[in-house]
Design a protein around this ligand. Structure first.
Ligand SMILES: [Zn+2]
Length: 65
């Protein structure tokens, strides 16, 4: 059970270092990738779409206001 909690939600790997965002785990590698990724990068939209699909809370919050 604990292994699923610690696996990165983007790459699926279990990394010792990383951040926990809204109860989801993101490894340091993917976190750095997201932070460093320029907005004009085609991969940016892909990651963002993946994050939004995994975190419906994010879009719901915006809809409420
Ligand atoms: Zn990762």
């Amino acid at each position: 059970m604990e292994s699923t909690n610690r696996s990165c939600l983007i790459c699926g790997r279990i990394e010792p270092e990383g951040i926990t965002l809204l109860g989801r785990r993101i490894c340091s590698g993917c976190e750095k990738l997201l932070v460093d990724l320029p907005v004009e990068d085609p991969d940016y939209d892909r990651y963002l779409a993946k994050l939004k699909s995994l975190w419906p809370d994010l879009s719901e919050e915006r809809d409420q206001s």
